[in-house]
Write a protein that binds this ligand. Structure first.
Ligand code: G1P
Ligand code: ZN
Length: 543
C-alpha cells in the first residue's frame, strides 16, 4: 500500500462548535477542506495504530463522497480496521452503540444533525472517543489548533469500495467491514425495554402511533424496531432517508414537524406521536392533542424509570443542560438522587455518565438519553415512552397532568431568532452582560431580579472549566430567563431565549405556555432590546 502525502494549506474557521464542525456543503466541497480536518483529527489522537474506527453518517448529501475520502485516509494513517454502516448510514446513537460494543478506538460521524441537507444545505463531521461520546473540549481544541497550521495530509490511491454490500473488503491493506446499520442498535434496545409488553400494547387494538422520520436517518431504524420487531403496523411517515431530507428541515419540533403535529391534533388522532431529527439523536413526544416539552419528557422519564426494565434497579442521578427547565430537579429531589446542571451540548454529560454519577440526562433541545450510549438517542426516548404507556395504560396527557399535579409545572418555552446579524447579536449579549452589576435588586415590570450571571461550569470529574455558557437572569419567584447564542448555526447568528416559570397551583396547569410566560417574554425584550437588535417582531421558531 503506497501512502501519498498531499501538500495542503490551512483553512480558516475549522473550529468545532457545540457538536462538531458544521458548514455549508459548498465549503466542505473545497479541495482539501475535509481532508485537512480529518488529518487534524488523526494528528490530535495518539496510539490508534492498528485499532478500530467506526464511520457513518446521517445519509445527507456529500455523505458517501466523504466516507470514501475518510476510509482512504484512515488506511494511510494506520488504523487497523474501519467499521462502516451500510450505505454509509449510522444514526448518531447507533454509531455510539457500535463504538462501545466493538470497543473501537473512536468514531467519525458525518452529520449536521437537524440542519437542512442537499447541495445547498449543510454538512458536518464530528469525532467521538472510545466511550462512544463526542470528543471533549480538550480534544476538539487540539484538533482546531492543528487545523491552523496543517501542511500535509496522508491518503492512498485506490478505488472506492462498495458501501452497499455487507461484508469485509480491503481499502489498501486495511480491512473495512460494511455492517448492517440497525442490528447492533436494535439489539441494545431489546436489552433495555419490555418489547413483549409494548407489542401487547400495539396488539390491543386500542393504541396506535405515528412516527415521523422526516426523510432522515431514523426511517430504517424505526421500521426495523417499531414496525417489524414491535408489530406497530404501518406507522412510519417519511421513512425513506433522502440526501436533502425531501427539502425539509429535519428538526422534530412544533414548527418543522408540522405534518406530524397536525395528525396528533387532528380528528382520529393516534394515541402517541413521535419524530426524530436528521441524525436520529433528537426526539419529539406528542400525545393526542398534546405536546410534551423535552424538559417535561426528561422529568417524566426519571419519575417512571422504575417501570422500565433497563432502569428498574434505580437511577444513579440525572443531569440536564443549564437552559433545560428544572422539572427534572424536582423529581431528583423526591427520589433522593443527584441532579447536575451542565453547559449546553451532549459532550458535557460524558464524564458524568462514565463515572456512574448519572443514568439519565437531557436537554431542552429535544435531546434525552442514558448511560446505554454516550449520545442523545431519539428512538430510545420513543421506546422509553412506549414502555411507560404500556405499563401505565394511560394517555400521554393523563401521565403529564398527573406528573404536574405531583411535582408542579415548570412552564417553559424557547424562542429562537434564527439567522440574525452576528454583530448585532453579539452587541445584545455584551450589553446584557454590561448590566450584570446593576440588575440584582432591580424590579422590572413587577418582577424583582435576584441574580444575573454568565453560566460557568466545573466538571466534577476532571475539574475542567467552561466559561460563558449563557446569560442567566433569575427572579425572586424562581422564574428565569436565559440568553444564548447558538454554537451550531452556519449562517449569521441564532439567538436563543429560554423562559421558565414554576407554577405549583394545579388549577393553573392547563394554561398555554406562551400565556403563562407572557410577562417574562415582555421582560426579556425590555432587558435585552431583542426586537431592536434582531430587527424581528417575532421569533422564527417557538418551542
Ligand atoms: C443545539 C442545542 C443543544 C444541542 C446541540 C446539538 O446547540 O441547543 O442543546 O446539544 O444543538 O444537537 P446550539 O445551536 O444551541 O449551540
Ligand atoms: Zn441531531
Amino acid at each position: 500500500m503506497e501512502i501519498i502525502k498531499v501538500q495542503t494549506q490551512p483553512f480558516n474557521g475549522q473550529k468545532p462548535g457545540t457538536s462538531g464542525l458544521r458548514k455549508q456543503v459548498s465549503i466542505f466541497q473545497q479541495v482539501h477542506y475535509l481532508e485537512n480536518f480529518v488529518q487534524s483529527i488523526f494528528n490530535a489522537l495518539e496510539d490508534f495504530q492498528g485499532k478500530t474506527l467506526v464511520l457513518g453518517g446521517d445519509g445527507r448529501y456529500h455523505n458517501r463522497t466523504a466516507i470514501q475520502v475518510i476510509l482512504k485516509m484512515a488506511a494511510a494513517n494506520g488504523f487497523g480496521r474501519v467499521l462502516v454502516g451500510q450505505g454509509g448510514i449510522l444514526s448518531t446513537p447507533a454509531a455510539s452503540a457500535v463504538i462501545r460494543k466493538n470497543k473501537a478506538f473512536g468514531g467519525i460521524i458525518l452529520s449536521a444533525s437537524h440542519n437542512p441537507g442537499g447541495p445547498d444545505g449543510d454538512f458536518g463531521i464530528k469525532y467521538n472517543i472510545s466511550n462512544g461520546g463526542p470528543a471533549p473540549e480538550k480534544v476538539t481544541d487540539a484538533i482546531y489548533q492543528i487545523t491552523q497550521d496543517i501542511s500535509v495530509y496522508q491518503s492512498i490511491e485506490t478505488a472506492d469500495i462498495d458501501l452497499d454490500r455487507l461484508g469485509s473488503v480491503k481499502m489498501g491493506d486495511m480491512p473495512v467491514e460494511v455492517i448492517d446499520s440497525v442490528t447492533d442498535y436494535a439489539e441494545l434496545m431489546e436489552t433495555l425495554f419490555d418489547f413483549e409488553r409494548i407489542k401487547q400494547l400495539f396488539n390491543s387494538g386500542a393504541f396506535s402511533m405515528a412516527f415521523d422520520a422526516m426523510h432522515a436517518v431514523t426511517g430504517p431504524y424505526a421500521k426495523a424496531i417499531l414496525e417489524d420487531r414491535l408489530g406497530a403496523g404501518n406507522i412510519v411517515l417519511n421513512g425513506e432517508p433522502l440526501e436533502d431530507f425531501g427539502k425539509g428541515h429535519p428538526d422534530p419540533n412544533l414548527t418543522y414537524a408540522k405534518e406530524l403535529v397536525d395528525i396528533l391534533y387532528g380528528t382520529n388522532a393516534p394515541q402517541f406521536g413521535a419524530a426524530s431529527d436528521g441524525d436520529g439523536d433528537r426526539n419529539m413526544i406528542l400525545g393526542q392533542g398534546c405536546f410534551v416539552t423535552p424538559s417535561d419528557s426528561l422529568a417524566v422519564m426519571a419519575a417512571n424509570a422504575h417501570l422500565v426494565p433497563g432502569y428498574s434497579q434505580g437511577i444513579a442521578g440525572v443531569a440536564r443542560s443549564m437552559p433545560t427547565s428544572a422539572a427534572v430537579d424536582r423529581v431528583a429531589k423526591q427520589l433522593g438522587i443527584a441532579c447536575y446542571e451542565t453547559p449546553t451540548g451532549w459532550k458535557f454529560f460524558g464524564n458524568l455518565l462514565d463515572a456512574g454519577k448519572v443514568t439519565l440526562c437531557g436537554e431542552e433541545s429535544f435531546g434525552t438519553g442514558s448511560d446505554h450510549v454516550r449520545e442523545k438517542d431519539g428512538l430510545w426516548a420513543v421506546l422509553f415512552w412506549l414502555n411507560i404507556l404500556a405499563v401505565r395504560q394511560q394517555s400521554v396527557q393523563q401521565i403529564l397532568k398527573q406528573h404536574w399535579a405531583q411535582y408542579g409545572r415548570n412552564f417553559y418555552s424557547r424562542h429562537d431568532y434564527e439567522n440574525v446579524d452576528a454583530a448585532q447579536a453579539k452587541t445584545l449579549m455584551d450589553e446584557l452582560e454590561a448590566q450584570f452589576d446593576s440588575l440584582p435588586g432591580k424590579t422590572i415590570s413587577g418582577a424583582r431580579i435576584t441574580f444575573a450571571d454568565n453560566f460557568s461550569y466545573t466538571d466534577p470529574v476532571d475539574n475542567s472549566r467552561s466559561e460563558k455558557q449563557g446569560i442567566r437572569i433569575g427572579f425572586a419567584d424562581g422564574s428565569r430567563i436565559v440568553f444564548r447564542l447558538s454554537g451550531t448555526g452556519t449562517a449569521g447568528a441564532t439567538l436563543r431565549i429560554y423562559l421558565e416559570r414554576f407554577e405549583a397551583n394545579t388549577d393553573l396547569h392547563d394554561l398555554d405556555a406562551q400565556e403563562a410566560l407572557a410577562d417574562l417574554i415582555q421582560i426579556a425584550d425590555e432587558l435585552a432590546k431583542v426586537k431592536h437588535y434582531t430587527k424581528r417582531e417575532q421569533p422564527s421558531v417557538i418551542t
